[in-house]
Design a protein around this ligand. Sequence first.
Ligand code: CU
Length: 670
Amino acid sequence: MTTDRLMALDLLVSVLTAAAWVSAGVAATARRPRTAAALFAVALVASLARVWSVLALAGAGWWFVQEKITVVLPLLVAAGAAATALAGPRLLRAARADAASRDAVKAPAVVVPLLGAGYAAAAGIVQTFLIGYPADPGTALLLLAVAAGAVLGTWRAMSTHVPGLRTATAATAVAAVLGATLVFVPFAEETTAEGSAPGGTAAMGATGAASHAHSAAGESAPVMGGATRPVTDLRGPATPPPGGAVRRFTLTARTATVTLSSGRKVSAWTFDGQVPGPAITAVQGDLVEVRLRNADITSGVTLHWHGYDVPSGEDGVPGLTQEAVPPGGEFVYRFVAAQAGTYWYHTHEVSDLGVRMGLYGTLVVTPKGTATTGVDLTLPVHTFGGATVTGDRDQPLVRQAAPGTPVRLRLINTDNTPHRFTLAGTPYRLVAVDGTDLNAPGTLGRAGLRLAAGGRYDLAFTMPPGPAVLRIDDRTDSVRLVPSSTGDESAGASADAGAVPSAGGQTADWPELDLTRYGAPAPTPYTSRDHFDRDFTLVLDRGFALTNGRPMYAHTVNGQAFPDIPTEVVREGDLVRLTVVNRGRDTHPWHLHGHRVLVLSRDGRSVTGSPLWLDTFDVQPGEVWEVAFRAANPGLWMNHCHNLSHADLGMMLHLAYEGVTTPFHGAHSG
Ligand SMILES: [Cu+2]
């Protein structure tokens, strides 16, 4: 069984367990001994099943059961055993007895232990879903106190005399106060931060909005005795490398009403009045220079080059590498187009809203010396005004191409959630992922391609004699390529999209391609057998945590939310392993700025296909991804979930190179 299924089963069993214990108690109160006894038996079986489901889940890794083994199960087993010992014999006797003795089951000695076991089981569910990973002594004590308080309250409500009530109440109150102290008094948190930061360095203070209140460290970054450099010094060159051209662009961010291909109007935040923004293209080795101006986006705007390993000072993270550009302001980005491939750019200021509203565009760099032939379409897919929009079209794009023409489709997922693509009517290859070419990619036919939020796939094929159809999520035709008789592939969109039959048919049952098995192995600069200078584990979950200083039901990393998640500190040249564990029920497309990562394993299985270099990897519920990268791009970097609404709810942190400082603070870094 997959970890995801086991987690779901464990949840089901835990709810059933709590419900059975509580129902048994309620049935006893209602003088229904047979029903109560039957429910008691169900509760016992459910409790044993819970022990089994937790132990089975433990096989997926300690991260998935930490709070269950240390808090939830001990509480359940203790309360269940007490209920069995205290209430069990009386219940069974009453169930066999005549009506007159049935009142015996209503006694506190039966009801309180049964309900107590129910409270304990419910506390376990609260622990898992409201507090999450990792369980700490403070929250465990608080929960214990709440469950004990509920038991005492129930008992007191049923009986005027509760032996030892004062002592028990006092003990419960002490546990509650102690637990609350451990949870809310900051010294505990600082201990955690220091314990997690390698090299004994304190978590750096260059965080976000809450940094005013939260980090007295302010502008200081980790320093190990060496010289420091401000991130503002880590900029691109003013001139291109020999042989390269300068590609100049000016993008003006402004609000506008955008007209989709269907004629529908959507109010948007745009670059140059269009969604997506102007396409930025370059040839490998060029210098890209983009002047960003902000006309009227009041919350500010930046440009982040998603997947592109630009110098840190060009990365466009407000509050970390620059201030957000306010209305009337501007910022010039410069970087060498060193990587060929398909990328995109987007604002990083209030990015969840900003990107959703339209502040994004494409960045495509072609290899030097290769003339573009045939059809080469860059296709950012975005949910916009409730419609699935490819490029600027909410209707299928119809293009003619002469049979035999080479076709390249560059798919970019600019949404917060994954999309599934299918290409029907022709065999094809998935030639590049996140801008990097795959090694020896095989021919694909009836395959579903799941593309992570923020990720890119390049599909290549030769135009067949019949139509080829690219479809999104098995329902929206995105592109229909139709054979032209003239051989003029630039004929453009035909007037009547509906007249072109879809070659897709039913695609929903096409199996999903496993990228870790696709293509052929090739040498990589490092493998899972290497020694790693740094080893970071990120356990993704939900729970109550402070997010930018406000208590939220946050998306957490190791139990904390931005900006309280300890910064990962690396030294230039380090080989770094990142293990990302998802013990929640949401998919988290994990995105590290400034570095491509090499996938080592997914769910404990090594990559057996082409080496897989990604900048965004989709960590689905229950999955464990191990990736590695060389720390070769000094700076201060975001490391976050690219479901930007999750990032907004706390799921982001910083990766900092030793000695790099930032003069910025106080801005939102999402
Ligand atoms: Cu997420």
